[in-house]
Design a protein around this ligand. Structure first.
Ligand code: TXA
Ligand code: MG
Length: 318
């Protein structure tokens, strides 16, 4: 395993690794992904093993053109509209899979649907162009642990187990893509993210049920049920202050300045900045080996909703 700075040569090297069924970590605008040939069963098996990912949790397939996407899935009118407005970008569409799609059935956990996304990070688009085929890529973290937004996070998770980590600095958003299920008439958000149902309605005039309203419907995204984004250290939410044996993750200007055991997601109270820092700061505080990470309240507006959702999931009991 090696961390190498992004360059043309490294994209070529990564391409040959993918052709040989090896794994390569690469930055997307959301989080780092662990890229693998979406048609190679044994490579995908190895990926599930390395991530300790349950087989029932399907992967997102990354493409760099609508043509490539249409070889994999049936695009209804709404899918075409959303793809034309939001791709490339942090939006995954779940659609009916085409029988002719050349995808490993393990990658889609045997479902008749597939999650597809066109990332906007240049490095990932260049890798797909160079490879010429769809790339499956889950977030580059051990299943259940905090996602990776930097190359060193990926290294901390996997050490020598993956062939290459392409270092392209930090992911722009720091939160995973929004997942929308368009595979039946009941359109719904499976995972909230930077693109929310209001933006979708404003730009595309398409109504999507928000995640919170779907509790009684069948959950198709198995990954959504599980404890996730969790540091090894227990966390305590809505904390006003931290005790001596606790690390402290705070938001806004009412808190003490950052120190070794206290990190401020955004002193000026900017939720975009907080999202960008969230996974990096959780990892930093986790390394301190304190009894607990106390986390101050974070407003439940805008991206704050997504941040709170991640923290709630991190705090679930298994
Ligand atoms: O931003 C992102 O989406 C990142 C970057 C690397 O692209 N990827 C990512 O992948 O977050 P992962 O594997 O960590 O999360 C994918 C989620 C899982 O919760 C999975 O259950 C859901 O997508 N998913 C994938 N295919 C699905 C399908 N056919 N039906 C329902 N859910 C699906
Ligand atoms: Mg993930």
């Amino acid at each position: 395993m090696a961390i190498k700075k992004e360059s043309k040569q490294i994209i070529s090297l990564a391409t040959s690794h993918l052709r040989q069924g090896k794994l390569v970590a690469v930055m997307t605008e959301t989080v780092y992904g662990l890229a693998v040939d979406a048609s190679n069963c044994s490579a995908i098996k190895a990926l599930y093993k390395i991530k300790k990912r349950p087989a029932i949790n399907p992967l997102i397939i990354h493409i760099n053109s609508i043509e490539m996407a249409e070889k994999i899935a049936h695009f209804n009118e709404e899918a075409k509209t959303l793809a034309s407005i939001f791709w490339p970008g942090p939006l995954t569409l779940i659609l009916k899979k085409k029988k002719s799609a050349n995808l490993s059935t393990i990658a889609t956990s045997g479902l008749d649907t597939v999650g597809i996304r066109m990332p906007s990070s240049r490095v990932f688009l260049d890798l797909i162009s160079s490879f010429g085929k769809p790339i499956a890529a889950p977030s580059a973290n051990l299943s259940g642990y905090i996602s990776s937004t930097r190359a060193n996070h990926v290294e901390e998770c996997f050490g020598k187990k993956i062939e290459l980590i392409i270092d392209s600095k930090s992911s722009k958003f720091g939160l995973e893509s929004t997942i929308i299920n368009l595979s039946d008439k009941n359109f719904k958000i499976e995972r909230i993210g930077v693109i929310d149902s209001e933006i979708i309605f404003k730009k595309a005039k398409i109504k999507i049920k928000s995640e919170s309203k779907k509790s009684k419907t069948k959950i198709i995204a198995p990954g959504q049920l599980m404890k996730h984004y969790s540091p090894k250290t227990p966390i305590r939410l809505n904390a006003k202050k931290a005790s001596q044996n606790e690390a402290f993750l705070v938001f806004g200007n009412k808190f003490p300045d950052s120190s070794n055991s206290c990190l401020n997601l955004s002193k000026k109270g900017n939720l975009d900045e907080a999202a960008f820092n969230l996974f990096d700061f959780l990892r930093k505080l986790d390394k301190l080996d304190k009894d607990c990470i106390a986390i101050s309240a974070i407003p439940k507006t805008g991206l704050g909703k997504v941040i709170n959702e991640k923290l709630k999931r991190a705090n679930l009991n298994e």
